[in-house]
Structure formats: structure tokens, C-alpha cells
Design a protein around this ligand. Structure first.
Ligand code: GDP
Ligand code: IMO
Ligand code: MG
Length: 438
């Protein structure tokens, strides 16, 4: 049975959620395997809009199994809030009857001190005169840092051992109070209100009463699922250019958000993957700091932002907008072995007289199609554009590839060709129905 991976090839918000929703029917299991509630995935159908953050988009489909796998960093309060919100929008229980939700007992837990560290480190960077990373302030980086550091990490499975959990929270909390107290004092930022270990342990053990039934060894589940012929759909979060190892470091997130993260995040070996679907917007956006070669800080950028409603799902921040950066997307596609392409938000470019694709960078007087490994070089790079004629027609009603204006098809085919991938899907609106299968 086929396993499919859906990843973003830009800086996140490529419409991964929408394509996961579209592909869920063809799979038995939908698995989210990295990131945390920094992600915001939008799914629109039957006139309803769902904004999902930790729940895999498959949770909205009765009869499927939704897995939150090991590589995810889990804020239990955020997850429970999200489940409550989804219940209101669905008008019924989430997960719906017949849908299974499984959460990895190996997933690392986000605590209030992680949010405090995230804010303190961002402020410190700003105070030091450096550009902020512009994180979502959800404690993602500090939680992954503790996971890699091991000494002060707590995992979801610890919630099922209350005595051990209390002891662990007391130890870690005492250390975090010392750390954050010292950071606050040395920065002259006023008084630090220490965290109360007992209160936090009580609160988290309260969450465990609701989440406990879902906690399990998801790696064993997924490997058994593969062995028994079930098909798995992997739902990435963030985008390849935010990958901790391969992205625009340090302006990245703290996990492998390119296709490189599927195996470590889920435990399922790559040889089981049949399709690596890369999702790109028809243009580029980025939220937060960091170099952005094709950024348009002009009327064209504003026009894309307004037409594409480019404001962050999680933080509401305006997204930075620019022309399609094919150098970055091609690098991302090659890095993850992308063999199928989905281009979303094509409709946003309707009505532009001309549209541009950045097919090379000019760096140190040389033209290159290689993506620079250092952020300083990326900041120096200037875009070399290929300009194509735009289209005046409204594409939002198009339902087949042939319905699309000829210039839009040329644009899509140019993108696919530069990326060296096969165009499989085109998005012409947020609704599930506004999807063209090529
Ligand atoms: P994700 O994080 O990759 O799942 O993407 P987000 O949900 O954060 O951002 C994509 C945004 O674009 C959401 O508001 C979607 O509803 C919307 N969207 C998705 N596909 C299309 C499309 O083809 N056209 C338009 N206009 N909007 C789309
Ligand atoms: P989805 O899954 C867009 C960005 C943040 C910031 C950087 C680090 O919806 O595509 P973090 O909080 O992870 O430490 O922030 O990464 N970022 C995203 N940008 N979409 C996302 O997720 C993102 N998740 C993190 O804005 O620049
Ligand atoms: Mg998003």
C-alpha cells in the first residue's frame, strides 16, 4: 500500500494542510511527525474552516487513524484547547466516532518554562542588536534543546507514571527557576516570578486524564501498520527552508522540517515511501526574520499579501511576500527527493500583467543556481528573474487543468520544469473542491 509524504518546499504555510486533507481518503493513517503548535494548517470544506495546529488533518475524516508521532513536541494544554475548538467547529466529538487518535509516548513535552525561555532568548538577541529569529514563542526551540540536551527533558510517557512525573517536574522546575531567574536578573529585566512545580505537575497530570487514553508507542503502531499493508500519509509541518540542518540557519525552526525528517520523526523507514509530494505556493512567503531574496517590499508585495490573505494562522503576523524563489524551492525539492509537485494559491496571481520566477541568484558578481549555505551570503544574493506573461482570467472556478488560462499553465509548467518534478495538483482556492488534479 502506498505511503505518501506531504512536505512544504518553502518557508511554511504552503497549504500542506489542504493537500493532506485532499489525500486522506486514499490512506488509512495520517501521521504528523515533527514540530508543535508553531504550525497552523488550514482545511476548508462544506463551508467550514478548520485551523489545526497539532492534530493531523486526517482527524477530520471519520474512519481514519490520526497519529501524533515521536518527533512532535507536545504542549498538552494547546492540544486540548485545539480538540475543544475542533469539536465546536465539527459539531461533534474530536476525534469523531470511528476515528482513532494515537499520541506518541516518546514525544517531548512543552512546559511553561519553555515559553519563558523562548521569549527571553528572542529578547536577548534583540538587545544584542541581532535580528530576531521571529519565533512563534510557543517554546518549540527550548523544548527541542532540552530533548537534545537530555538532562532536563520530560516525555509524554512520563505522564503515565505520576510519582515519577512529579519528581521529575520538581527537579527540572528548580533548575529552570535558577536559570530564568539568573537570566532575568543579569539582563536587568525586573523580578522573575518562579514557576510552582506542584501546581504545574497537578495541571499536567490533569491533562493526562484526558490525553492518557491516546498515549501509546506510535512507532510500533506505524511499523505494524506498514507490515499489515496499511497506507500512511505523512503530514509535515513548517517548510524545508526552515529545516534545522538544511534551511536558512539560524532563521529556522528546531527540527528537520524537510523530507529528511520523516524517518526520525515517525520511525518509519524511507523505503516505505512511494511519493514525496512537495507543496509550493505560486509565489513565496516567510514569517519571522531571516534573508528572503525575492521579498517585495512594495505595492506588488502588498497586493500578493492582500489577495492571498497572507497573515499567519498561529500568530496573525503579516507574512513577508515575494515572487517564486525557484532556487530555494529547487534546492528543497532535490534535498527531499520530491517526485510530485502541488502548486497552491495560483489564483492569488490572477490579474497580474506579468509574473516572475527567480531562476538564479547573483552573488559576488557570479550567477548561481546553488542555494547558499550561509545566511550572510543569502542576504547578499540578488534575484535573477525570468518574466512570464500573466493572465487576467479568474481561476478560482477552474476544476480541470484544461480550464486554466494558457499563460497560467505555462507558468505552472515552468515552475515544475525548474524544480525537476512532475506537476500533480494545483490549488485555485482554499476549499477542498478548488483543487485541480493534473
Ligand atoms: P500550511 O501551514 O502549509 O497547512 O498552510 P496554511 O494553512 O498555514 O496557509 C495556507 C493558507 O492558504 C490557508 O489560509 C488556506 O486556507 C489558504 N489556501 C490554501 N490553498 C489555497 C489556494 O489554492 N488558494 C487560495 N487563495 N488560498 C488557499
Ligand atoms: P506551518 O506548519 C510558517 C517559523 C517562525 C519563525 C521560525 C522559528 O503552518 O507551515 P519556531 O516557533 O518554530 O521556533 O519559529 O519558524 N515557523 C513557521 N512559519 N509556517 C509554520 O508552520 C511555521 N512554524 C514555524 O515564524 O520564523
Ligand atoms: Mg501554516
Amino acid at each position: 500500500m502506498p505511503a505518501t509524504s506531504v512536505i512544504g518546499l518553502q518557508w511554511g504555510d504552503e497549504a500542506k494542510g489542504k493537500f493532506v486533507d485532499v489525500l486522506t481518503d486514499q490512506h488509512d493513517v495520517v501521521c504528523r511527525y515533527l514540530g508543535g503548535n508553531n504550525a497552523g494548517h488550514t482545511v476548508v470544506f462544506d463551508g467550514k474552516t478548520f485551523k489545526l495546529s497539532l492534530l493531523p488533518a486526517g482527524v477530520l475524516h471519520p474512519g481514519k487513524t490520526a497519529v501524533i508521532a515521536t518527533g512532535v513536541v507536545l504542549d498538552p494544554a494547546a492540544l486540548l484547547n485545539e480538540m475543544d475548538r475542533a469539536e465546536q467547529s465539527m459539531g461533534g466529538p474530536v476525534p469523531p466516532e470511528g476515528t482513532e487518535l494515537l499520541i506518541s509516548d516518546r514525544a517531548h513535552l512543552i512546559f511553561p518554562w519553555h515559553l519563558a525561555e523562548d521569549a527571553a532568548l528572542e529578547t536577548d538577541r534583540g538587545d544584542a542588536g541581532q535580528q530576531k529569529i521571529g519565533t512563534t514563542l510557543r517554546g518549540i526551540g527550548p523544548c527541542y534543546r532540552d530533548k537534545a540536551g537530555r538532562t532536563h527533558a520530560v516525555r509524554a510517557g512520563d505522564l503515565l507514571r505520576p510519582d515519577r512525573f512529579r519528581r521529575r517536574v520538581a527537579e527540572v522546575c528548580a533548575f529552570k527557576n535558577r536559570l530564568l531567574g539568573a537570566m532575568t536578573a543579569s539582563a536587568g529585566k525586573g523580578d522573575f516570578e518562579p514557576f510552582d512545580a506542584d501546581e504545574i505537575a497537578d495541571r499536567y497530570l490533569g491533562f493526562a486524564e484526558r490525553l492518557g487514553p491516546y498515549l501509546t508507542d506510535t512507532t510500533a503502531y506505524l511499523l505494524n501498520a506498514v507490515d499489515s499493508g496499511k497506507s500512511i500519509l505523512f503530514e509535515a509541518a513548517q517548510g524545508s527552508m526552515l529545516d534545522i540542518d538544511h534551511g536558512t540557519f539560524p532563521y529556522v525552526t528546531s527540527s528537520n522540517s524537510s523530507g529528511c525528517g520523516v524517518h526520525p520523526g515517525s520511525g518509519v523507514p524511507e523505503r516505505h515511501l512511494d511519493t514525496m509530494l512537495g507543496v509550493v505556493k505560486a509565489y513565496s512567503t516567510r514569517v519571522g526574520g531571516g534573508p528572503f531574496v525575492t521579498e517585495l517590499e512594495d505595492e506588488t508585495g502588498d497586493r500578493i499579501r492582500t489577495r492571498g490573505n497572507e497573515f499567519g494562522t498561529v500568530t496573525g503576523r503579516p507574512r513577508r511576500c515575494g515572487w517564486f524563489d525557484a532556487v530555494a524551492a529547487r534546492y528543497a525539492a532535490r534535498l527531499s527527493g520530491v517526485d510530485a509537485l502541488a502548486v497552491s494559491l495560483l489564483d492569488v496571481l490572477d490579474g497580474f500583467e506579468e509574473v516572475k520566477i527567480c531562476e538564479a541568484y547573483e552573488l559576488n558578481g557570479q550567477r548561481t543556481t546553488d542555494f547558499p549555505s550561509h545566511a550572510d551570503d543569502l542576504a547578499e544574493a540578488t534575484p535573477v528573474y525570468r518574466t512570464l506573461p500573466g493572465w487576467s482570467e479568474d481561476t478560482t472556478g477552474c476544476r480541470t487543468y484544461a480550464d486554466l488560462p494558457a499563460n497560467a499553465r505555462t507558468y505552472l509548467e515552468t515552475v515544475a520544469e525548474v524544480l525537476g518534478t512532475e506537476l500533480k495538483y494545483v490549488g485555485v482556492g482554499p476549499d477542498r473542491a478548488q483543487t485541480i488534479r493534473v
